[in-house]
Design a protein around this ligand. Sequence first.
Ligand code: 5GP
Length: 194
Amino acid sequence: MEALQDKIMKEGTVLSDRVLKVDSFLNHQVDPELMQKIGKEFASRFQEANITKILTIESSGIAPAVMAGLYLGVPVVFARKRRSLTLTNHLYTSQVRSFTKNETNDISISKDFISSEDMLLIIDDFLAEGQALLGLLNIAEQAGAEVAGAGIVIEKGFQQGGRIIREQGVRVESLARISSLENGTVQFTEEVLN
Ligand code: 5GP
């Protein structure tokens, strides 16, 4: 997606060979116009998939997921990273190892909000090692819900997440695919690398 690639080139900062910082439009400050375009693009790619609900994870998946939900006309549920006091054992829970923070979180979703009737579209900001997506897929499985695919804003194709998830037969649509962050430079590719 051209508008997204342009934004990454203009405002993204390469923190290391493996980490891209996009705090000015996705991970801290949010660019609503860009999110709207992203939501529209996800919606058009999954228009025929009979999606009933979008599943994402707090906090950076929420903005693109809400925009996609708006265009698809379906609700958006986000997994919480900490068990809230108001949620007790009426939960689906899974463990996610965070690539950027180097910690493991329990993620959970109330059983009220996904069921075996659902056809889910999973949305997240980044795909790196695939742990966040695996956690969400695991929750979908616990609920007996079907997953039509995953919409990813930025896929880092040089990490193994994309391969792991696609090998499970899950359709992955990413709007920007990065092949390298070496030498402080972002390289994009159209190809699925792994
Ligand atoms: P994974 O579970 O695929 O390893 O990583 C996905 C999660 O890690 C994303 O939801 C995102 O929050 C975070 N993440 C992974 N790589 C990056 C990166 O290069 N930059 C930023 N800002 N977040 C990342």
